[in-house]
Design a protein around this ligand. Structure first.
Ligand SMILES: [Zn+2]
Length: 443
């Protein structure tokens, strides 16, 4: 048994940060959690700063990390960025993907991410030829997460068409596509997750999955189901032209809504779409740092939450890996839109970054510092140049609105220390691992 003493700990939405919290950990789970313990108990590990539950990065494409710093110059749109991404997707082999993913997941661990939702579509060799092991790349991603010390939900993605009107995949898309729905589900059935992993499914988008294939995604799988929805207006236009329905209406019509389902982005949704998502308890994953980088637009975050959709957060293309930045962007984007402050409080944003994300990834027993739950802890320093001088009454707001990933000092995942004093315990030079992996991809 390990006993921690957190100088301050955030114990869930609705409450502020508690002072002097003794936290017992045994067998990867939390035991008793006791606030108002004035001094560290003998033998306890002291955690100065504010300790949070584990952060969940609910939407990731790990290989996109190799695009950071390379796609931000010049003009363009989501679609011109996508051409660059396809160029990268065409270059990766399993070893290269593995190295980029391991380093990227280690960067996430350093940022306090204890679980990633990997929306995985880079399945096959160039030209669409399956590898000898059809799940080669999925296995590499699962291994990379273990090596980086975090949990993973592999959201294996169905990708069948290049456009809403059914054009076949071409170029790099051939690597994403299975022969047909049956080939996809047979391949996914063969995935056997180790303890740090779960298997979920994804529909890439209404562009890439014809309507008649949508019901099978939920019917043939058990875990969470994610889908890119209305990130771009062009997708809405094409969907309306083909089906006479918005993407959300199409998902609803074909049974792909509800608490198992997470709509990723939901940027350009109508009021009726919001009601349809919320009425069924469909989750929404916002990725504000990617949405702003790609000039996608600002999703109606407050309205989606008010309609009944639980929110979670993802760093998606990894232009930035910092869940605090994602969290505050949700609030700050609303301020830019309507010229008022105070749409979300810090507790709601932290909930989206922790329990909300873990629930969307099929880990309902994570994301809270509560007895019996998975023992994930993320400690954020309150004495850096960014956080020093905080008001103890609002410690969680200081973290959400001022801290960065660089302020994370200590990370525990399932009871095991993964980051200590700001250093990864398994990969001793994560920047070097990132540089080596990314340089090798572009050579
Ligand atoms: Zn995405």
């Amino acid at each position: 048994m390990t006993r921690y003493w957190a100088e301050r700990a955030w114990l869930g939405a609705g409450g502020g940060a508690a002072a002097g919290v003794a936290i017992d950990v045994e067998g990867g789970r939390f035991g008793p959690v006791t606030p108002d313990v004035a001094t560290p108990p003998p033998g306890s590990v002291r955690l100065p700063g504010l300790t949070l539950p584990g952060l969940a990065n609910a939407h990731s494409h790990a290989f996109h990390r190799a695009l950071r710093g390379r796609t931000h110059a010049g003009k363009g749109t989501f679609w011109t960025w996508r051409d660059r991404m396809y160029g990268l997707a065409g270059r990766l082999d399993p070893d290269g993907l593995h190295a980029v993913a391991r380093a990227t997941f280690a960067e996430m661990a350093l940022a306090g991410v204890t679980c990633v939702g990997e929306f995985h579509y880079l399945h096959h060799a160039p030209g669409g030829v399956p590898y000898a092991e059809p799940n080669e790349t999925g296995h590499r991603l699962i291994a990379a997460a273990e090596e980086a010390g975090i949990r993973i939900t592999l959201l294996d993605t169905l990708y069948l068409t290049s456009t809403v009107d059914g054009r076949p995949p071409e170029g790099a898309q051939l690597r994403f596509a299975d022969r047909d729905l049956d080939a996809w589900s047979a391949r996914v059935d063969r995935l056997r997750p180790p303890p740090h992993a779960r298997i979920g499914a994804a529909a890439h988008s209404v562009r890439a999955v014809p309507a008649d294939a949508l019901p099978a995604i939920a019917d043939r799988t058990e875990g969470p189901v994610h889908v890119h929805v209305s990130e771009q207006r062009a997708e809405n236009v094409d969907c309306l032209t083909k089906y006479g329905l918005t993407p959300v209406q199409l998902l609803e019509e074909y049974g792909l809504t509800g608490p198992r389902v997470t709509a990723v982005h939901a940027t350009h949704v109508t009021d009726d779409d919001r009601a349809a998502l919320g009425d069924r308890g469909t989750r929404v994953c916002l990725c504000p740092t990617t949405e702003r980088d790609l000039a996608d637009g600002i999703g109606p975050a407050r309205a989606l939450a008010d309609s009944g959709s639980p929110l979670c957060l993802g760093s998606d293309s990894h232009a930035v890996i910092d869940l605090f930045e994602e969290a505050r962007a949700v609030e700050l984007d609303e301020r830019l839109r309507d010229e008022h402050r105070g749409h979300f409080d810090a507790g709601e944003l932290l909930h989206a970054a922790t329990a909300g994300g873990h629930a969307a990834l099929g880990w309902p027993d994570a994301g809270r510092i509560a007895p019996g739950d998975r023992a994930d802890l993320v400690t954020v320093r309150l004495d850096s140049v960014r956080t020093a001088g905080f008001d103890p009454t609002y410690a969680e707001a200081a973290v959400v609105f001022a801290a960065t990933a660089a302020d994370v000092t200590h990370v525990v995942v399932d009871g095991r220390v993964v980051v200590r004093d700001g250093r990864h315990c398994r990969l001793d030079d994560v920047p070097r691992a990132l540089a080596d992996a990314i340089t090798a991809v572009w050579q």
